[in-house]
Design a protein around this ligand. Structure first.
Ligand SMILES: Cc1cc2nc3c(=O)[nH]c(=O)nc-3n(C[C@H](O)[C@H](O)[C@H](O)COP(=O)(O)OP(=O)(O)OC[C@H]3O[C@@H](n4cnc5c(N)ncnc54)[C@H](O)[C@@H]3O)c2cc1C
Length: 749
């Protein structure tokens, strides 16, 4: 018998909520329950417990991982000629493929007992990040088997037999995997796929067995042209009830060897002129036995849940690592180039317009890499971080685009002209790939981050939803009564906090003693309370309709993301021993992040359909123009960090330039060192209004300094030069067109 409170007060609310919340399908419920929440839950609570953030162990490479990084990773980068891959051969050289297999690059996440390297998420990320600065094609080739794909799915869900058979073969590259989910009909809405598997009897190795007859047409599948085993997602049906009562079993994942009759792979797409292996695959009446379902028949129909949990790790590592590589490379090269390149008789890095871009680059390089570290730390604690992974995928690739745009703008013509010495264009071309794959950014921003985050990270939302889904009305009411009143208690506390902190400008909000960074913690706690209250008001006034209000949901996702990235930057500052020199980038990241949070919440309130609620919320949380974007002095200080050789510059841009250089970066670094070293001498000459020759003749310059200036000038000339081609070389690059149509099946054969 439900309690008196449940029968009287809760009951009408329960009936209203049941109507307001659309019924969840089993697939939706499984997907929602998949994955874990972590630090974002604290941010969502309105009162983050900072000691939990500080307790996270900063990730570090083990000696074995470090040795791999210093050995095979450097060797691999030395073997790669990215220009040749993208413009001449269209593929990695055979010896690189073999090296990747021999050194087990494809088995980084496979446990040691199955022959893999069992590396941490952080090592995986460091490796992908580093290779990305050398070649996107090579980085994608390495990242895909180690993120979403048969390896990850088998590791999490495979039967013992499947693990014993497949994992050692995947680890040493005897088998090369690809994962086929996307088809022409089903892109972002992968559940809409029409690729089918029908349970039937068929011949397998000379015997009649129960299995699945598959038909599919997938596209955009990375490694598909060369894979030997395809992890395939399809809709499984059992019309003859050979497995049981259910006819439409649902999305299922199975392993399909590509040498089976009816499988077609080999055709290629050209993804944004970046020549990793990618292409379509089709299958016509391909028969596999039931034990090829990943996890066995027990997992038939559970494909969506499997994908949701397996996506988390890969999504939090692969593209974020590539994104961070691009941001760091942009910051590193732009700082150096802005010092080397002179216009109007001054290095361009002295002009405010250029400094504006460099300030942003420095802060993004610092904050996004901090978020990468924090995410890897969470993954290495064994957590399946579904919401944080989506945040990372979206923001690392979004900021990758922003950073490359800034870097391209500052480099101007130097970066526009293509050739082996152009160190920006290969990553620039890869931007749309990063934006699109593993959940396209628009849908990730507007549907996933807040959609999933609000339900999973909210302290009571999931309990409310599961209570409402209970088929038994009495049980449903009892459960809802508990979770609803806990929710009301939480909202009441949050309201008090949000109001108090808004009134006092967050001055008394809880914060650890973090020296100069303490006020940033307080501000973040202030906006966390405002965010939690805004989310509750949205649930109350919009209910299930919130799902369709993507513009509101997108802004709420932005706030959660900004809070996550900023808290990661705070943690980085703490973990790195509160480096005084890095304070400008931390302050810049804070000012910009807090301003974005405030603006996004302001816009949410301005667009809330329930105007009465919007007015109350505005009065309580005061989302007005109180925080400002970084000021000019701060921007200049951040810009200077990239412009001047220092330990801080190295910390901000990270390990990109030791022993493994994209063509052109090595030269840039050598020139940057010379230009910086001779800066005081050049300043003297500028003030004396003399050329080096005139200064030498007037006895103002020593012979030795004159020689050093000449050496520097040669390097400067080389850096500002761009690639050019003779008529013959150009004709060799672009031979006369033949009558073949390379995208047809016949041509590929
Ligand atoms: C280079 C490359 C490699 C890939 N590798 C693989 C692979 O290995 N395996 C695999 O299975 N797939 C792969 N994909 C497919 C990739 O995951 C899909 O391209 C992606 O899911 C988007 O699908 P789509 O391109 O059909 O875009 P669409 O789904 O048509 O989306 C178009 C636009 O609409 C937006 N959108 C869609 N729905 C919504 C919504 N509800 N709300 C807001 N916005 C929405 C999207 O964000 C996007 O911006 C790859 C794609 C590329 C380009």
């Amino acid at each position: 018998m439900p309690s008196f409170r449940a029968r009287t007060i809760t009951k009408p609310i329960h009936s209203w909520a049941k109507k307001a919340l659309p019924a969840l399908s089993e697939t939706e419920a499984e997907a929602l329950a998949a994955g874990e929440v972590w630090w974002e839950k604290e941010l969502f609570s309105g009162n983050p417990n900072w000691s939990k953030l500080h307790a996270v162990k900063a990730p570090k490479l083990s000696p074995e991982e470090q040795a791999f990084f210093d050995g095979p990773v450097q060797e691999l980068c030395g073997m790669i000629d990215d220009w040749k891959i993208n413009h001449e051969t269209g593929d990695l050289p055979e010896e690189v493929w073999q090296f990747l297999r021999d050194k087990k690059f494809f088995g980084m996440i496979i446990p040691k007992e199955h022959g893999g390297l069992a590396f941490s998420a952080f090592a995986h990320s460091e490796i992908v990040r580093f290779i990305s600065t050398r070649s996107v094609a090579a980085a994608v080739t390495v990242m895909v088997p180690n993120s979403l794909g048969p390896g990850e799915l088998l590791h999490q869900f495979g039967t013992e037999e499947q693990k014993h058979h497949w994992l050692p073969r995947l680890a040493d590259g005897r088998e090369l995997p690809a994962f086929g989910l996307t088809s022409a009909e089903a892109g972002s809405d992968a559940g809409a796929m029409i690729d089918t598997g029908v349970i039937c009897k068929g011949q397998w190795q000379g015997e009649e067995v129960l299995g699945i007859r598959l038909n599919w047409a997938k596209r955009y599948i990375t490694l598909s042209p060369v894979c030997t085993v395809l992890g395939l997602a399809f809709q499984l049906r059992d019309p003859d009830h050979l497995l049981g009562d259910i006819e439409d079993i649902g999305i299922t994942c199975a392993l399909v060897p590509t040498d089976l009759d009816g499988v077609e792979t080999g055709r290629r797409h050209i993804p944004s002129s970046t020549m990793f292996m990618n292409g379509p695959t089709t299958g016509t009446d391909v028969f596999i036995p039931l034990d090829h379902i990943i996890g066995g028949t027990e997992y038939a129909g559970k494909g969506w849940m499997m994908l949701m949990s397996a996506l988390a790790a890969g999504r939090g590592i692969s593209l974020p690592s590539m994104g961070c590589a691009a941001i760091a490379l942009s910051a590193h090269t732009t700082g150096a180039y802005a010092r080397i390149r002179q216009q109007f008789n001054l290095p361009i890095g002295k002009f405010g317009g250029v400094q504006e871009r460099m300030g942003r680059l420095a802060a993004d390089a610092y904050a996004m890499d901090a978020a990468r570290h924090l995410t890897c730390a969470g993954l290495d604690e064994g957590r399946a971080l579904s919401v944080i992974s989506a945040i990372m995928k979206l923001h690392a690739t979004f900021k990758m685009r922003e950073a490359l745009n800034d870097a391209m703008d500052v480099h101007s013509g130097k970066a526009v002209i293509d050739g082996p010495s152009n160190y920006l264009l290969p990553l620039y071309r890869a931007v749309p790939i990063g934006i699109t794959v593993e959940g396209a950014n628009i849908v990730t921003r507007s549907l996933i981050i807040f959609g999933q985050g609000s339900i999973r990270a909210h302290p009571h939302m999931l309990d409310n939803m599961f209570a409402l889904q209970e088929p038994d009305d009495v049980v449903s009411l009892e459960k809802f009564d508990k979770s609803f009143w806990a929710h009301v208690g939480h909202t009441t506390k949050t309201m008090g906090r949000a109001f108090g902190r808004a009134l006092t400008g967050g001055r008394f909000a809880p914060a650890p003693d973090a020296g100069a960074a303490t006020p940033i913690y307080r501000q973040l706690a202030r906006w966390s309370a405002a965010y939690a209250l805004t989310a509750d008001v949205l649930f109350l006034t919009l209910g299930g309709a919130l799902k369709r209000k993507e513009m509101i949901s997108g802004r709420m996702g932005d706030v959660l993301s900004e809070m996550y990235i900023l808290s990661a930057a705070l943690k980085r500052w703490e973990d790195e021993g509160r480096q005084e020199a890095d304070l400008p980038v931390l302050r810049y990241a804070a000012a910009r992040g807090l301003h974005r949070i405030q603006t996004a919440l302001d816009e949410v309130v301005a667009n809330m359909p329930a105007r009465w609620a919007a007015w109350i919320l505005r009065a309580i949380t005061l989302p007005g123009a109180t925080t400002r974007r970084p000021d000019d002095r701060l921007t200049e200080a951040c810009s200077d960090l990239l412009y001047t050789p220092s330990a801080a510059r190295y910390r901000i841009t990270g390990r990109l330039h030791e022993g493994c250089h994209r063509d052109g970066v090595q030269l840039l670094n050598a020139c940057f060192a010379k230009v910086s070293e001779l800066a005081p001498v050049m300043k003297r000459l500028r003030e004396a209004r003399k050329t080096p020759q005139e200064a030498l003749d007037a006895g103002l310059l020593s012979e030795a300094d004159f020689a050093r200036i000449e050496e520097m000038q040669t390097l400067v000339d080389q850096v500002i030069a761009v690639d050019e081609y003779s008529r013959e070389d150009f004709a060799a690059l672009f031979p006369a067109p033949s009558s073949d149509t390379p995208n047809t099946k016949e041509a590929a054969e």
